[in-house]
Write a protein that binds this ligand. Sequence first.
Ligand code: B16
Ligand code: MG
Length: 222
Amino acid sequence: MTGDEIRAFIFDLDGVITDTAEYHYLGWQRLADEEGIPFDREAGDALRGVARRDALMAILDGRPATDEQVEEMMDRKNRYYVELLAGIDQDAVLAGVLELIRQARGAGLRTAVGSASKNATTVLERLGIAELFDYVADGTTVTVHKPAPDLFLTVARQLGVSPTQAVVFEDATSGVEAALAGGFATVGLGPADRVGDADVVYADLADVTLERVLADLAAVRR
Ligand code: B16
Ligand code: MG
């Protein structure tokens, strides 16, 4: 990582902009219960940032399933998840997020979303914040998912910036790995045992200003 001027902020969606992680967990828990597969919050937490098919494979953990059964289970979990999404609005945006995005855009930075979720656009529309982003990459944008860097690299290309000129904000181990693999400046949000490899770690974005992010990154990017 070099000390290039920062020109863009790229936000993961689930767990960074809003807490849909809880709804993903509830959807998987319901499916696992119906299938008689042991599952709990800890197992759900390990699925943060993990694409839908990869998450189901982790839950099945080698249990046999035909392609049709896999498709049906992914659809069923997604139905449960989308049902829960119907209840969210702008109040579900996490503390500090809107302020930070507005400060960044006010300072001329480009802003984007890089999410593994195929529901990313729906979620942003329900939150009423879709217009705050120059580009949205979702679970349909690339075929190789986090922890591979492909999604974030696509975002950077679309924004016309290099990875070293962009900051990725991530709450998941797989997302931090993806950002670091792509050569991005990386801000981890959450406990150190989850995002501790990031260049800078905060508990969340409440009270994190543009000035603070840039200063903290500059201190480690010299
Ligand atoms: P979908 P992110 C991820 O979103 C979630 O963290 C993860 O739990 C979910 O399985 C994945 O999206 C796929 O979501 O089933 O809606 O396509 O954190 O990358 O914004
Ligand atoms: Mg996430």
